[in-house]
Design a protein around this ligand. Structure first.
Ligand code: SF4
Length: 77
């Protein structure tokens, strides 16, 4: 299952330019919808480091990652 189930991942979809970088870095967590906007999959299942790499790689810096249990922000941070 990976770490993703323990995370709260959000994307400011309005700003997404649909380049798919997050999908490349964490394909079991992110996908592009029909409008070429990134969204979080139902039941994401990448490891934390891959998800953080995806968030860091986003050129618009619009991906946020939190620990779902504690609410601690893991990215940006
Ligand atoms: S990396 Fe950022 S801009 Fe690119 S598809 Fe993902 S959320 Fe959108």
């Amino acid at each position: 299952m990976g770490d993703a189930a323990k995370l709260k991942i959000s994307i400011d979809c309005e700003q997404c330019i649909g380049d798919g970088i997050c999908v490349s870095e964490a394909p079991a967590t992110f996908e592009l919808d029909d409008d070429q906007k990134a969204r979080v999959l139902d039941g994401p299942s990448d490891e934390l480091e891959d998800i953080l790499t995806a968030a860091r790689s986003c050129p618009l810096d619009i991906i946020q990652v939190q620990d779902a249990a504690t609410g601690k922000t893991l990215y940006p941070g």
